[in-house]
Design a protein around this ligand. Structure first.
Ligand code: DC
Length: 217
């Protein structure tokens, strides 16, 4: 892409993609977008409208009025908002309404590190570097459970594991832009890697590929 750098970081819930993307952004000077927050923000707008995630038209209306400030709404990281976001994200028209927001963010100089489910496959198929971050479901559920407990939520581990499996299934099996590894993405399995090691591995790859570019200097 001319003059900007886009790094795509895709993967399932709690795989460590967000931490890795934030680290890459901090180290490269690129901006960071957690695209999951877009779908979560739309979920809160749909809720405010008293509508249901199954109502595609109501979800599109909410997506069309999404503003950048909505990404700072309270409660976006709550478990039920994530689950609703996953259901909303299955509507093709909602995805179409949100793709421009993401492209606009990514193509604003100097570029961005964007994490999500379809960044390397649909939103930025020509991204400069692509990662696909995975980890076993049980390990992801442990991380997610720790995170929710630390935030004061009371929830059983078994519920978190079940929700993660359900979300994996919905995000991977949907007809439009399902979660999948792009053919040219580098896979990073964080099952036995801590966040710092995964981030360093990704940064090394970015430097190998883009080292000559001034944004990294
Ligand atoms: O990354 P997250 O858990 O915050 O994302 C919440 C939901 O949003 C996820 O289950 C599916 C959807 N999503 C998506 O479909 N495409 C993206 N690029 C990012 C998130």
């Amino acid at each position: 892409m001319d003059g900007v750098i886009v790094i795509a970081v895709d993967g399932p819930v709690a795989s460590g993609k967000g931490t890795l993307a934030r680290h890459l952004a901090a180290r490269t000077g690129l901006r960071h977008l957690d695209s999951g927050m877009i779908y979560r923000a739309v979920a809160t707008l749909v809720l405010e409208d008293g509508a249901d995630a199954g109502n595609a038209q109501a979800c599109v209306r909410a997506a069309e009025r999404l503003a950048t400030a909505d990404l700072e709404r309270p409660g976006l990281r709550d478990q039920e908002i994530g689950s609703m976001a996953s259901r909303i994200a299955a509507h093709r028209e909602v995805r179409a309404a949100l793709v421009e927001f993401q492209r606009c963010f990514g193509t604003t100089p100097p570029g961005a590190v964007i994490d999500g489910r379809d960044i390397g496959t649909v939103v930025f198929p020509d991204a400069d570097v692509k990662f696909f971050v995975t980890a076993e479901a049980r390990v992801r559920a442990e991380r997610r459970h720790r995170e929710l407990v630390a935030r004061g939520e009371t929830i059983d581990f078994s519920n978190v594991l079940e929700e993660i499996r359900e979300r994996d299934r919905r995000d991977s099996e949907r007809a439009w832009a399902p979660l999948r590894q792009a053919d040219d993405a580098v896979a990073i399995d964080t099952t036995a890697l801590d966040a710092a090691a995964a981030a360093q591995m990704a940064l090394d790859i970015v430097c190998q590929r883009l080292g000559a570019l001034s944004v990294l200097s």
